[in-house]
Each structure stands twice: as C-alpha cells, then as structure tokens.
Design a protein around this ligand. Structure first.
Ligand SMILES: *[C@@H]1O[C@H](CO)[C@@H](O)[C@H](O)[C@H]1NC(C)=O
Length: 348
C-alpha cells in the first residue's frame, strides 16, 4: 500500500528539515514534481558547486560541501553527476524515467546511486538546458570547467557555453591537447579567477603574468623572469629548465618582500646544488626527527622532514626542501611559506 505524504503542506521549517535529509538526486526529483515544489526548493539556499566536465561524455556535477567521513566517489550522497548520452543509443526496453527540464522531456536512467545518464539528441544543447535548470534552482554559477576530451572542438564549444552565461569562471582544468589554436581559444575565452590547472602546453608568446590563487602548469620554456611575474598563492610547475641560480634569485626576491601571497612553490629541477641555491642568503638547515605537516589547501598536506629555513624582511619563514621524483632523475624542489593554509605558524 502506498500512503501519500503531504510534503507541500508542511510548515516551511519542517520542509527545510526534510530537504536536509534528501540527497541531491532526490532534491532534483522533488523540484521536477511541480512549480510549487521547485519554488520551495529554491528557497533552501543549498548552493552546491557546479562543474561542467568532458572526458568521453559531457557531464554536469554538483557537489555540496559537507563535513563527512570520506566515502567512495560513486556513492557520495553530497555529489550528483549527470552524463549526457547520445539519444541514438537509448534502449527503450529498460525501465526509464522521463524528466522534464524546462519543457524538454528526456529519458533518464540512474547509473549509480549518485549518477544519472540523460539521453539527449545533442549533448551540448542538453548541457545548456540542464545547466540553466540547475543554476536557477540553486541560484549558483558554473564554478569549474574540466576539459579532458580527445574530441577536437568540444573544449572550445564548452568554453563558449560557459562564458556565454557568466563573465568569469573560478576554476579551469584543461588536460588534453589538440592544437595550439584551441589552447589559445580556450585560455582567451575563459576568464579564470581562482584556479588554473593546465596539462596542455601554452605557446611562448602568451602573457603568463598570472594573478591566481592556485596554478598548475607544464611550461618547459618558462624562465625565471616569467616566474618572478607570477602573483599566486600556490604554484606547481612540472617540467622546467630553471637552474639553481634562478632559484637563488627567486629566494632573494622573496627575502626582500617579493611574492607576499606565496604559500607554496613546487617545481622540478635537474639537480639541487646547495651552495649555488643558498649563495648570499642567511638560512638555517633544520633537521627533524618527526616530519611536520604543512597544509597546502583543503585537500593536500605536505610532510616536511629536513629543510633549509629562511626568514624574510617581514619576519615570515619559508621552508625550502626537495626530494626525488619517482619517474625521472629530476628533483622536486619546494618552497613553503608559513603560516600554512590553516594558519599554523612556523613555531609550533
Ligand atoms: C555507470 O557506472 C559505472 C560504474 O558503476 C561506470 O563504470 C560507468 O562508466 C558509468 N557509465 C557512464 C556512462 O558514466
């Protein structure tokens, strides 16, 4: 027997409590029931983060912040992923839901507990429509664009889609290279405000004076003059041809008050020559029996054993340390400046 529960007749406080107990998929189903449901969900200020991504399929992921024990990604109830599948592969025999996104009635199949497949004639149109639906429902923007596609031109189209809706984007992750023209197009189009993670090469005539919170690059042609122009908190550069002399110049500049926002710089050097690196600088070798944590961001912590520590003219301390890389003879060279992301000071 099925008993109806009059959810819409509940006082607003009780409705809020119920919504708090639902996962994102259930909240969206609820909002698709009627205009009244949608309006009620809209008043909840849930504000999940929205990512548009593409690997072999285009997808939209929304994620609520939640302090929770870590669960398997495919079961995380605070995350929900929609993948757009070509309508031609729709198998009408299996049990299907039909969801109506702003007048587009489309077949939807649940794939895992927190992911759904949406069948659409044109994935880009689907992405456009579902993005509009979600940004309106939760009163949010697109936070992140994540490009991992082997198919040419899709990255450009998604950059266009995002930037036709808003004037900037918080994070861009761009990993699969097709050609220089596409890289230039995507980077010109996307006005990134916080985090840029690039696995594609960028052309040497690009302006790379980045002002960002976090940056990750693979730029073999990078010079120390380029690096000195960066104004970022967290910098990771995979392969460089920078020398110990270059890093000595960087450290001298830091000691004299340069890069005040810098928390962490990591890059690969061919080798570390201690005398060259520290020439003219007044630092101390610090040996630690117990490794010390340095919190880089919400997700990452670096563990520092021995380091060479130096103070700048603002009385901040940086710990310089390096270790072997796993796949090549280079060294990972790191500078972390205290306090760390969580505000932990140098002296504990
Ligand atoms: C459906 O879920 C399975 C894991 O259960 C995953 O391997 C597969 O890639 C998913 N399908 C799509 C289209 O994402």
């Amino acid at each position: 027997m099925c008993v109806a529960f009059p959810i819409l007749l509940l006082p607003i406080v009780a409705f809020r409590e119920i919504v708090r107990l639902l996962d994102l998929g259930e909240i969206i189903k609820l909002s698709l029931c009627s205009r009244k449901c949608k309006t009620l969900v809209k008043t909840q200020h849930l504000r999940p983060m929205l990512t548009i991504g593409v690997s072999h399929l285009i997808s939209i992921t929304i994620k609520r912040c939640a302090k929770q024990p870590k669960v398997d990604d495919t079961e995380d109830p605070n995350k929900l992923k929609f993948c757009f599948v070509d309508f031609s592969s729709f198998d009408g025999h299996v049990e299907t839901m039909y969801w109506n996104f702003d007048g587009h009635r489309v077949p939807v199949l649940q794939n895992t507990s927190n992911s759904y497949l949406i069948y659409w004639e044109n994935s880009l149109m689907g992405t456009q429509t579902v993005t509009s639906f979600l940004t309106d429902l939760f009163n949010i923007r697109i936070d992140r664009l994540s490009l991992f596609t082997r198919e040419p031109r899709v990255s450009k189209k998604l950059a266009d889609l995002v930037m036709s809706r808003q004037d900037s984007i918080q994070s861009l992750v761009y990993k699969v290279y097709h050609n220089a023209e596409e890289v230039d197009y995507v980077l010109d189009k996307c006005k990134v405000t916080d985090t840029l993670i690039l696995g594609v090469p960028i052309s040497p005539n690009r302006d790379i004076r980045f002002r960002l919170n976090k940056i990750q690059l693979d730029v073999p042609w990078l010079t120390i003059d380029n690096l000195i122009e960066f104004d970022c908190c967290d910098i990771l550069i995979v392969v460089t041809k920078l020398s110990n002399q270059d890093m000595n110049r960087f450290l001298k500049s830091w000691v004299n008050g340069g890069f005040p926002r810098l928390r962490s710089l990591s890059l690969q050097l061919k080798q570390v020559e201690f005398e060259v690196l520290t020439e003219g600088l007044d630092g101390t070798v610090v040996r630690r029996d117990q490794r010390r944590p340095y919190v880089l961001n919400e997700k990452e912590t670096r563990w520092i054993s021995n380091s060479w520590d130096i103070r700048n003219n603002e009385n901040c301390v940086a710990s310089v340390h390096w270790y072997d890389t796993m796949y090549n003879p280079n060294k990972w060279f790191n500078i972390v400046a205290w306090p760390d992301f969580n505000g932990n000071p140098y002296e504990l």
